[in-house]
Ligand binder design. Structure first.
Ligand code: FES
Length: 148
């Protein structure tokens, strides 16, 4: 099987059966974003405990690239520290800029590598990560506040 075909299948699988879709009863932070280029919306919810992503859900509409990226992102960050999740986000964004990245850290997300060649679709792939980074920032801020 060609690598491109394998990647296409991974993306379609996440698009058709998105992981962690829905809402959290006990979320600690929620971020809603809109892709300005198409109007598609995404709401990302995290439940953070002791600096670890304990649970995550998302809701929204979008193209296959956007949903697949969100689904894979939620799967990859669950159980990770906010610090590691942020690190992963940086890796993903670097991949979207066409830079060499740590394939092993990215796992299934590597399947979105080809998107970097289509500038119009990069926003679709990075929307989830933008939401994640905003959620982490909010969490960090609140955490710092509690200790004031
Ligand atoms: Fe709307 Fe990709 S076209 S998220």
């Amino acid at each position: 099987m060609q690598l491109d075909e394998l990647y296409r299948q991974v993306i379609m699988d996440h698009y058709q059966r998105p992981r962690n879709e829905g809402t959290l009863e006990n979320g600690t932070v929620s971020v809603a974003l809109r892709n300005p280029s198409c109007g598609d919306e995404l709401t990302l919810q995290l439940s953070v405990k002791d600096g670890i992503v304990d649970d995550v859900r998302f809701k929204g509409s979008g193209c296959s690239i956007s949903i697949a990226s969100t689904s894979m992102m939620t799967e990859t960050i669950k159980g990770k520290s906010l610090e590691d999740a942020l690190e992963l986000s940086k890796e993903f964004r670097a991949m979207m800029r066409g830079e060499d990245v740590d394939d092993e850290a990215l796992g299934d997300l590597e399947s979105l590598h080809g998107v970097c060649k289509f500038p119009a679709r990069i926003k679709c792939a990075t929307l989830a990560w933008q939401a994640l980074e905003q959620a982490i920032k909010t969490e960090d801020h609140e955490h710092a506040h509690h200790h004031d």
